[in-house]
Design a protein around this ligand. Structure first.
Ligand SMILES: *[C@@H]1O[C@H](CO)[C@@H](O)[C@H](O)[C@H]1NC(C)=O
Ligand SMILES: *[C@@H]1O[C@H](CO)[C@@H](O)[C@H](O)[C@H]1NC(C)=O
Ligand SMILES: *[C@@H]1O[C@H](CO)[C@@H](O)[C@H](O)[C@H]1NC(C)=O
Ligand SMILES: *[C@@H]1O[C@H](CO)[C@@H](O)[C@H](O)[C@H]1NC(C)=O
Ligand SMILES: *[C@@H]1O[C@H](CO)[C@@H](O)[C@H](O)[C@H]1NC(C)=O
Ligand SMILES: *[C@@H]1O[C@H](CO)[C@@H](O)[C@H](O)[C@H]1NC(C)=O
Length: 603
């Protein structure tokens, strides 16, 4: 059978308007909005012309608290991540993907396409005993994909609210969820301990039902098995329904405070050359995560789904090198870490692959915000989200597809006015920071890069190691092409050279700081004094004030002792509904009792 269809995957159609657009973009750098109107127009054109084609499967693999330098495609040889690297070199390295600096705000931005300040998710994270969540009137990425015919599946972490049943994933657009609702769990027994309160309960569910079948199994493998199962089921059905799969790993986040570092023996055995025990466990945790990426790609390959899938790997925020939940994660050479306004908290090591991309095997330097992923991936599937949603995210699909890097991106990283007021904001090359977290103890350059001694012996044959992975081989089968692994690895590594403006300290608790993040990715040269009276700075500052004024008040709520898992058979659950149902049962019971008494009196 031969059918003619104009497919967005063929490059011929939209190229003409695109080329003129790219030329124009150079002139329009200072006027993002006009540029965007044009680009959105183009996306609409592509959408129309691809209406006849199948929607791609969308697979997001998200790591939790993975440091910027904890993937080896950035150049580290301390421990290696050959599967993630093979995906990165085969696809497009997202060199400037910005997330929020913490888990809850980051996941809120991913799923809503909005800045956390516009959904009330900007302050800290949801602690398991707090009764709040992503507001119920927000539409999630899963809602949008589901409405557009996708099967939607979340495997792993949620962390956007559980005190009410309505907050949980299968009520927020996911057809399926296997995983935990809270902040993190033990890698083996899937319990969450809130040490300070003495709470201790199991947190693992299949959809709404608690499941203990996974107890004793390493959770990275449990989640990978489930993702592979999801893909195999999907492939074997041979249906035309596209799949949206968010594999949201625990790894390499620390487990409970009394036993934070956990890895299987066989994985640990490879890292005998790492002397520090905590770091040895961390390497093994990341390595197992890397295997997960390999197994997911293998499953997509086995099911012939690669040709029609977009696969994205990313971390939810920077790694915690020190302090709470620290794992020895490294954001080298960036400044700061998780839960800080610096690049080390915000820049995610990420890569995306799809046969649609014109420049597979490249490093894409375009700044992209985690909240851009919703409209961007939606556009990839020919979906235009309702303008009434007022997304902050931009549709960067055509920029990504064709590899141009000329969109000036404005990103509100953080505006948090609770407890320790601080902000972090970027427009193009300019970044403003004011105030900080944890009284400034994470404001330094915290990560290190091991260059001698504890180097993985396999790094001697790094290229072969990458080319030997099934990820490399499968992706080459679908989209062959020359890749310069050494060249890409070099391009993806960040070096802190002293900026031409010199080292100029920033003390964000005393005065705002201004950085030229393009020339100075390591935030060494604070240009505030020079620019404080300039229109450049004053405009940025005004814009920040405008965002702050219009911010949604934080949704945070104080802890509620009624959450105590002991009240619910040692399970973390939607305690506010459970409470309601207990009350309802009591009322029901008293009605029954009264009814009985009444009928007795009638006898
Ligand atoms: C959700 O409700 C809150 C509070 O009423 C409101 O501020 C916010 O704008 C609403 N969000 C949406 C997406 O409707
Ligand atoms: C899947 O379905 C398509 C058409 O619907 C058919 O051509 C193809 O042979 C099927 N593949 C398998 C493995 O059944
Ligand atoms: C391992 O490294 C961490 C982080 O640098 C440090 O806190 C810890 O004390 C080290 N452990 C040992 C046993 O040296
Ligand atoms: C790559 O695979 C070949 C063939 O299986 C093997 O001989 C070689 O040792 C492998 N190289 C690496 C670096 O793993
Ligand atoms: C690959 O990139 C490296 C570093 O940029 C360069 O030295 C080398 O010549 C390139 N190799 C090929 C085959 O292009
Ligand atoms: C900016 O203005 C302040 C206050 O008016 C002044 O003290 C300072 O010298 C000015 N800085 C520059 C670089 O012009």
């Amino acid at each position: 059978m031969f059918t003619f269809k104009v497919d967005s995957r063929s490059s011929s159609g939209p190229l003409l308007p695109l080329q003129s657009l790219m030329a124009m973009s150079a002139h329009l750098r200072d006027n993002g909005s006009i540029f965007w109107l044009l680009t959105i127009g183009l996306a609409g054109f592509i959408t129309l012309s691809s209406a006849a084609s199948d929607k791609p499967n969308i697979i997001i693999i998200m790591a939790d608290d993975l440091g910027f330098d904890d993937v080896s495609f950035r150049g580290s040889n301390n421990f290696l991540t050959p599967n993630i690297d093979a995906l990165a070199y085969s696809g497009v390295i997202l060199n400037n993907l910005y997330t929020a600096p913490m888990c809850t705000p980051s996941r809120a931005a991913l799923l809503t396409g909005k800045y956390p300040i516009n959904t009330g998710m900007q302050h800290f994270v949801i602690v398991n005993d707090q009764p709040w969540g992503l507001p119920l009137n927000e539409t999630t990425m899963a809602d949008i994909f589901k409405e557009n015919g996708f099967r939607t599946s979340l495997i792993g972490k949620w962390h956007l609210g559980m005190s009410q049943r309505n907050f949980t994933p299968t009520e927020r657009g996911f057809d399926h969820h296997l995983g935990y609702l809270g902040a993190y769990v033990d890698y083996y027994d899937q319990n969450y301990k809130q040490m300070s309160k003495g709470y201790h309960g199991h947190d693992f569910r299949e959809n709404l039902k608690s499941t203990h079948d996974q107890v004793g199994h390493y959770v990275t493998d449990v989640l990978t098995d489930a993702a592979v199962q999801e893909i195999d089921d999907h492939g074997s059905k041979n249906s035309t329904q596209p799949l949206f799969l968010l594999l949201s790993h625990l790894a390499p986040h620390a487990a409970n405070e009394d036993n934070p570092m956990q890895a299987p023996e066989d994985e640990l055995a490879q890292f005998g050359y790492i002397l520090n025990e905590t770091h040895r466990y961390y390497a093994a945790m990341v390595s197992r995560l890397d295997r997960s990426v390999g197994r997911v790609i293998e499953a997509l390959g086995r099911q012939d789904m690669l040709q029609n899938s977009i696969v994205l790997f990313m971390s939810d925020n920077g790694g915690p090198t020190q302090g709470e939940h620290s794992t020895t994660a490294s954001n080298y050479p960036l400044r700061g870490q998780k839960n800080s306004p610096w690049e080390g908290g915000l820049r995610s090591s990420a890569a995306i692959w799809s046969t649609e991309f014109e420049r597979l095997g490249s490093v894409w330097k375009q700044q992209i915000y985690i909240g851009d992923l919703l409209p961007t991936l939606a556009a990839a599937a020919g979906i235009s989200p309702d303008p009434e949603l007022h997304l902050d995210g931009l549709n960067l699909w055509s920029a990504l597809k064709y590899g141009y890097e000329s969109v000036e991106r404005e990103i509100v990283h953080v505006i948090d006015e609770v407890e320790e007021p601080h902000l972090s904001y970027m427009r193009g090359k300019w970044k403003v920071i004011s105030g900080t977290t944890s009284n400034g103890i994470y404001d330094g350059w915290l990560g290190e890069r091991v260059t001698s001694g504890e180097v993985n012996p396999r790094s001697e044959v790094y290229d072969d190691l990458i080319r030997n992975t099934s990820v490399w081989q499968l992706l080459q089968q679908v989209s062959s092409g020359k890749r310069n692994i050494t060249g890409l690895r070099k391009q993806a590594s960040v070096e802190c050279v002293e900026p031409s403006t010199g080292i100029r300290p920033c003390l964000p608790q005393l005065a705002p700081c201004l950085f030229d993040i393009e020339a100075d990715p390591c935030e060494q040269s604070n240009l505030y004094e020079e620019y404080r009276n300039s229109t450049v700075f004053l405009e940025l500052w005004q814009r920040i004030q405008q965002f702050a004024r219009n911010a949604h008040p934080p949704n945070n709520k104080p802890a509620d002792p009624k959450c105590d898992p002991r009240l619910y058979r040692n399970e973390w659950t939607w305690w506010q509904d459970e409470k309601a149902s207990t009350a309802a049962q009591m009322i029901h019971f008293s009605w029954l009792l009264m009814g009985t008494l009444y009928s007795l009196t009638m006898i």
